[in-house]
Design a protein around this ligand. Structure first.
Ligand SMILES: Cc1cc2nc3c(=O)[nH]c(=O)nc-3n(C[C@H](O)[C@H](O)[C@H](O)COP(=O)(O)O)c2cc1C
Ligand SMILES: [Mn+2]
Length: 483
């Protein structure tokens, strides 16, 4: 199942009874966010605000508001189905014999069908606004101390000036005035790396921003893909169908044909402006700081577009379901490097990068430390402030079990290590922006080979034989309904 853009997804949600339209006029400054937050918190439907004050375009919000809806958005009933497809891809062996080659053809053809397709005409260009104004868009201000209204679900499309490699990243954009916004790509992200390339060359950087696509395309912009991997190809893999791209009108970039709006423009080398504060997914404000500036040259759009938004804030919020999708989809990729990893849990309250709970198959002394250091060297896992590593029998999805094992299994002075390195730009406790320390906790059972000379007790459990005996007795005990 895949969708022909955002409105096709909304229509499917309407059929599932997961779309509610609000006809009352609502203020885009704080009021709309507060309404959406209450509905989001209750696991409610997608909201379509038909009359956001001061704009003729409707706002849709809570697109990923439940686990089931996010899975539906990605065309599955369970994220592990995608993880299994990733795993199958990784285990594809090059065919040896002629017969195997012939057998592999349909799969190769399937893979080829995921690559983006170029089209000449596109819904996102039904209307081309040559005198564009950001004030036409119903952009929201979410929290009281926010520095202004922010685009919260933008797909920021850039290419590397030398390699031509494309990137699509979700980086919030603060609307400064009619034609300019902030461009909040953190220095560790790929958009920022492309920008450093343009700055080295002293060249203006073309940027296009797509608003509102098939939810699989929106999700792909948030996924921590390797730098060289095209998000539109990844979206094609998720959708099992190519993403259609069309040439933007005023910049040399390809944009998703099904978008609701496309903002075309550029970022100049060397230009910075104060961006923020912004109530962020950490649950705290990210404070004002200098960031590059996006200049708008054109808006193209559908004839009747809808404007997508999300709100972030103190977790849990809707972005936790995007994060869960990432946790499940990327587990096989992490396992390709670290096969000892059985499972990973990034709880929403840990805001993705504050806490990772790892379940491993421990094979040798010091193994927990090997896993921590590998993760700190792996893509966006580098930000993880606390990594706790558990043995194979520990269900890291069960936080009650995690705390029980953690408390029991560590001698803190011995089992904690500290390292320094890059941390997320949003980490307000770090000694410097983007630079700080991380903590690893070895919560595995300690081995004699690790210098642990004392006996390690078994966890308490009733024997299977007694359990079976009591099961058989149960009916005679007059305890029905008591367990
Ligand atoms: C709602 C939402 C807002 C986000 N805002 C930002 C942001 O402002 N800046 C940023 O660097 N990352 C932001 N992210 C995280 C990036 O989208 C994510 O790290 C992504 O993998 C970056 O893509 P890249 O690896 O191609 O740079 C946001 C994620 C979500 C879900
Ligand atoms: Mn990327």
């Amino acid at each position: 199942m895949s969708f022909d853009g955002l409105q096709d997804y909304l229509a499917a949600l309407a059929r599932r009874g997961e779309l509610k339209t609000i006809d009352a006029e609502v203020d885009r400054e704080l009021e709309l966010a507060e309404i959406a937050d209450r509905v989001m918190g209750a696991g409610g439907p997608v909201l379509k605000f038909a009359r956001p004050r001061g704009s003729r375009y409707p706002v849709v919000i809570n697109l990923f508001g439940t686990l089931a809806r996010t899975a539906f958005a990605l065309g599955v009933s369970n994220f592990d189905e995608i993880g299994a497809r990733v795993e199958a891809l990784l285990h594809t062996q090059p065919p040896d014999s002629f017969l195997e080659k012939v057998r592999a053809l349909p799969r190769l053809a399937e893979m080829a069908s995921w690559a983006p397709r170029i089209v000449e005409r596109a819904p996102c260009q039904e209307v081309v606004e040559e005198q564009p104004s950001l004030h036409d868009l119903p952009v929201l201000k979410t929290w009281p101390q926010d520095g202004g209204p922010f685009l919260t679900l933008p797909l920021v499309i850039t290419v590397h000036p030398e390699t031509g490699q494309r990137n699509v990243g979700m980086y919030r954009m603060q609307v400064f005035d009619v034609r300019t916004t902030g461009m909040h790509w953190h220095p560790h992200k790929v958009g920022a790396e492309h920008y450093r390339g343009y700055e080295r060359l002293g060249r203006r950087m073309p940027v296009a921003v797509a608003l509102g696509c098939d939810p699989a395309v929106i999700y792909s912009a948030t996924a921590p893909l390797p730098e060289e991997f095209d998000e539109f190809l990844f979206a094609g893999f998720l959708r099992k169908r190519a993403v259609d791209l069309v040439a933007a009108r005023s910049v040399d970039l390809m944009v998703p044909a099904e978008a609701e709006f496309v903002l075309e423009g550029y970022v100049d080398p060397g230009e910075r402006r104060l961006e923020g504060p912004f109530g962020d997914h950490t649950g705290y404000y990210s404070l004002a700081d200098e960031f590059p500036v996006f200049h708008l040259t054109a808006i193209t759009r559908r004839a009747n577009p809808v404007y997508p938004a999300t709100i972030v804030g103190r977790p849990p919020k809707e972005d936790r379901f995007l994060a869960k999708a990432t946790e499940r989809i990327f587990l096989p990729l992490i396992r390709a490097q670290l096969p000892e990893i059985v499972d990973i849990n990034l709880p929403p309250e840990g805001v993705f990068h504050n806490l990772a709970l790892m379940r491993i198959r421990k094979r040798y002394p010091g193994h927990a430390y090997k896993v921590m250091h590998a993760l700190w060297g792996l893509g966006q896992m580098m930000f993880t402030k606390i990594i706790a590593v558990f043995d194979e029998e520990v269900d890291v999805q069960d936080l009650s079990e995690v705390i029980w094992r953690l408390g029991n299994h560590i001698d803190p002075e011995r089992d904690v290590c500290f390292v320094r390195g890059p941390v997320d730009i949003l980490d307000h406790a770090a000694r410097l922006p983007g630079y700080g320390s991380k903590m690893g906790i070895d919560a595995t059972r300690k081995w004699p080979a690790e210098g642990f000379a004392r006996p390690w007790p078994d966890a308490i459990e009733m024997s299977a034989e007694v359990k079976a005996r009591v099961d058989a007795l149960w009916a005679n005990l007059n305890l029905e309904g008591e367990r």
